[in-house]
Design a binder for this molecule. Sequence first.
Ligand SMILES: [Zn+2]
Length: 878
Amino acid sequence: MIRDPLRNANRHRSRRAFLALAALLAIFIAAPQLRADEPYARSRDYDLQHSKIALRFDLDQKKILGEVTHSLSILRDGTTKIAFDSVGLTIQSVTLNKTAAKFETSADKLIIPLPAAARAGDKFEIAIRYEGKPAKGIYFILPDKDYPDRPKQIWTQGESEDTRYYLPTYDYPNDRLTTETILTVPASWITVSNGKLISVSDAGKGLKTWYWKESVPSSTYLITVVAGEFDEVKDTWRGIPVTYYAPKGRGDRLPINFGRTPAMMELFSKKFGVDYPWEKYAQVMADDFVAGGMENSSATTNTSTSLVHPKLAPEYFTGQDDLISHELGHQWFGDLVTIKDWGDIWLNEGFATFLEAVWTEAHFGKDQADYERWSNAREWFESSNLWNKPIVRHDFDDSSEFDGNAYNKAGWVLYMLRHQIGEDAFYRGLKRYLEVNRGKNVVTSDLSKAIEEATHTNVDQFFGQWLYGAGAPKFDLSYTYDGEKHQVMLAVKQTQKVEGRVGLFRVPVEVEITTASGPKLYNVTVSKDNQTFPLSAESVPLMVLFDKGGHVLKFAEFHKEKKEWLYQLKNAADLADRADAVVALGKMKNDEEVVAALGEALRSDKAWGVRATAADTLGQLGGASASKLLLAALDSNDKPWVRSRVVSALGNFKDDAAVAAKLDSMAKQDDSYRARAAALQALGRLKTPHAFATLDAAVAADSPDGFLRNAALRSLGPLGDDKAVPLLRQWSAAGKPIDSRTAAINSLARLQKDNKDITKQLAAYLTEPHFSVRMAAIYALGGRGDATAIPALEALLKSDDLSIEMVPMIKAQIARLKKPVDGKPGANAGSGDAGEESAEAGGEKFTTEQRLEKLEHLLQEMSERLKSMEKRLPPPKQ
Ligand SMILES: [Zn+2]
């Protein structure tokens, strides 16, 4: 699934990004109390082969009425009982081979004793009638007094271990079954489930029964049930139905955001040499969805925030394609071939993340793929809590296995693997992996085995250091030139601390040396802590690139002179090398030549990622020349994804009248909504003299989906002018659009900090049904610093409907309130065993304050995307 709301604004990090944030927050707190997912697969007594699931719904009570018939085959001689996972459900009756049977229930199991000890191969049909008001697993999104016009929606989210909250079943990935899903719903509704739609029939009393049948086996966490008031758009790929669903009234947004799905199916089918394996592909966009996206077999569910307004959609270069390609990629990697246990979750998420890049490369080109990879590496190195954990791990009791290693780093590792063994060999290996394991469960060694069998390349050492080991190489690099021998002596040190699972790395690296007579490429293999490579060069090098193009996940400090960096910025062929030059030059303060070169890159680099990074860097460097160059860049009318970054960079120039005037006019008028939103945000940060008036007007005005209003509401917090309080209280309130509320809540919490009425108002939102409002309120209360909110937060911790992401967030905020942020990180969780984690592993030390600032920044981005939760890490600034 995708957990990450945080990468670029146009990316829907879903649950994953969200977890990354939670992990960041976990720095402050002790271990969460929620049950962790079972790290190792269970031993099985039976093989669940088929389930016929019939569901009806009581909307008034948010209740489900279910009847499930399981067909299973015993695996062990002497089996005396059948146990299903079942949480919070009332079991009404059980029949065993059509005869009434006894059963017992515990907090998390339904147990059916067998009349006599069974033998391996014995088959049973067990029918269970049950009902319940599930706290999770299935969610009712219904109109209420504050939102009377909401389209009705019911949807499920099984991964990782929540199917058992609405269906008594075998709920672990190491079993696969076919399903029939029979849903009886109001006649005007649409339903979506796994597999083929067999029939829709009249069920009387204004109801209809939808009958879905999935004939390709998959695991129970991939079962999906969606029902409600949806618009449908139909498409096909090679004759297979491809359908899209939006909550009623938003169907016109489907084609612009999801229209490239068939092209992705074609690309992946060709690359893998294994065609899309299911009978149809549906994507349902659901309101308040608890993740960014979830790859249920043949029927993905995504957050409806992916339905970007048609006027805004063109302002995001890659649109929703990361989300779409990620979930589609899972249909092979995750659904067709499924992990045996959660400890190998990277085989799902790493592949899905890597496949986003495969689509990006094919459709948007090399520069875009390079830029995302370069950004992802920086992001990963900043996530200090990931450093010493291997990608394959089973010790996630106090954290989530869905972390930035399973997504971001694992995606990178697959990229490296492809680069090192070559495109052909890589895809031959994947084809074998998919063919040998289709319909089965896998662990990491199944992949290395398939690659070796298909290509005769042994990848054990690669897997050893990158998947079973932790960390990544950190290089200290320098060189001298020997004019007599015509040699560059390249000195390479590995500086990462070798401890725990972090070792010395052995990596092949491409070194390019450019002299007056042109570039020359050398292949070296780094394997020691300190090595010198003599490389021939006819004359003094103009440029030495270590890992040309950036194909190794690494942190590198290359000691070069300014003139070399300037040369590199201008002349390096690959984006990663030019972007590295931008970052290196950004460390040279008060240097007009550097500023001018960055300005030139901002003006003329062919890759937008370099132009945008140059803008960020000029913003960080500051000074009169930098602001002039940034202002000038706005005349060039670059794409919205660059323009908005230039505007954000201008938000660093305090007391610059020209900047303030330009931002004010852009906030009011510009062709790019994203640039206008960035200008509104910058005005608040700069606290310019007319900021309040401009923001106030922007809140009053309309724009697509309230995009500018929300930016203005977010900006009123940093502005810090108490005049905004009435406006923010009004826009925080129930009934206003959810996105506006989360923005207003974040800002409101920052004003009149001694006003207890505001704290009360915010605390009242903790119990709202809307996930993003809740999250915003939790975080806002923590930042507000008013300890009177602690009891409300503590009470919330006890409620039974918290998603696993929410718990660390609540605890972190309680910790913030108990001990104001002035001391060490991890201050005090109040429970005595505060889990303090190193905050520096990624190569940079963050002070508590810096980390909080970073969190604030992430939260701001999140408030746009809060509902989307699956996929990735906090991204580079968009
Ligand atoms: Zn995923």
